[in-house]
Write a protein that binds this ligand. Structure first.
Ligand code: AG3
Length: 277
């Protein structure tokens, strides 16, 4: 059988995916959750009708949210992932031997549960002994931490629904306080084509708080517009000035990120630079 999911992004733009099977669906306390087997991109996690991650290209997003900051930090030991209940971002963080503790704060335990059950290659690291899972709102969790983490990665869904607060200035201030003196934040900051205003306001907010702000770019086939941005706020290390350590890189055997990608991802086309002027 063939089924269709119409992923609605704006009034004028939606994307239709064919899928062969509905693996799981549930209305959780926070959102509509589904796991489907798509025709082109393998199994996918869907939240509120938007594809969050697919087996075929999840590695691009998860490597790119994690490694530029993890590599910019010379010795990341304590890492926090906010959102990202599928476990993909945590999986990248625990590739580093230096990491002693990786905390995951996810508001919706059903995302964790469904990913563990139906997306084992993405969620595999959730059972790593260094990973601690907290099922609660990241907004409250972060307020209780001071001067604690080396790296914080914000792997949220879109800025509607449960993730909205994760794009606000108060949250980034709390993240700043939760980081150590040389800590680094990376947040996924959406499409530079469809979400220009959001990207602009997040960049401004982070710039007001952190001494170093860098937005970088990757291409993700399954997200709208193709281009995808991440914004980094750093207290000490400038990711743009760092050359990733070859030994650490070789051990990890990654599929997307490498030394050249690290340098290249900070190169922004003019239409994105303009957003920050
Ligand atoms: N989080 C970001 C998904 C954004 C998708 N948005 C969209 N296509 N409009 C993904 C979570 C993966 N761990």
């Amino acid at each position: 059988m063939e089924f269709l999911i119409n992923e609605k992004h704006t009034d004028g733009y939606s994307v239709t995916w064919k899928f062969s099977e509905t693996v799981y669906t549930e209305r959780t306390d926070y959102q509509d959750l589904a796991v489907i087997d798509t025709m082109e991109f393998g199994r996918a996690l869907v939240l509120d009708g938007i594809i969050q991650t697919t087996e075929k290209d999840e590695f691009i997003y998860h490597e790119m949210i994690a490694h530029p900051a993890m590599m910019a930090h010379p010795n990341p030991q304590k890492v926090l992932v906010i959102g990202g209940g599928d476990g993909g971002t945590v999986r990248e963080a625990v590739r580093y031997q230096s990491v002693k503790q990786a905390d995951l704060v996810e508001i919706d335990e059903k995302v964790i549960w469904a990913s563990r059950k139906y997306l084992p290659e993405i969620s595999c690291a959730l059972s790593d002994s260094r990973v601690r899972i907290f099922v609660e709102d990241g907004l409250g969790f972060i307020k209780r931490k001071q001067n604690y983490y080396d790296v914080i990665l914000v792997d949220s869904s879109d800025p509607i629904g449960p993730a909205i607060g994760l794009f606000g200035k108060e949250f980034y201030t709390d993240v700043y306080n939760a980081l150590k003196d040389d800590g680094i934040l990376v947040a996924q900051t959406e499409s530079p084509v469809f979400n220009r205003e959001l990207l602009s306001s997040v960049h401004r907010n982070i710039k007001d708080i952190f001494p170093i702000t860098r937005t970088y770019l990757t291409a993700i086939a399954t997200y709208i517009g193709g281009f995808w941005t991440f914004t980094c706020g750093s207290k000490k290390y400038d990711p743009l000035a760092v050359t990733p350590d070859s030994d650490r890189l070789q051990e990890m055997n990654l599929k997307y990120y490498n030394k050249e990608i690290h340098q290249a991802c900070f190169a922004l086309p003019n239409f994105i630079r303009e957003i920050f002027e």
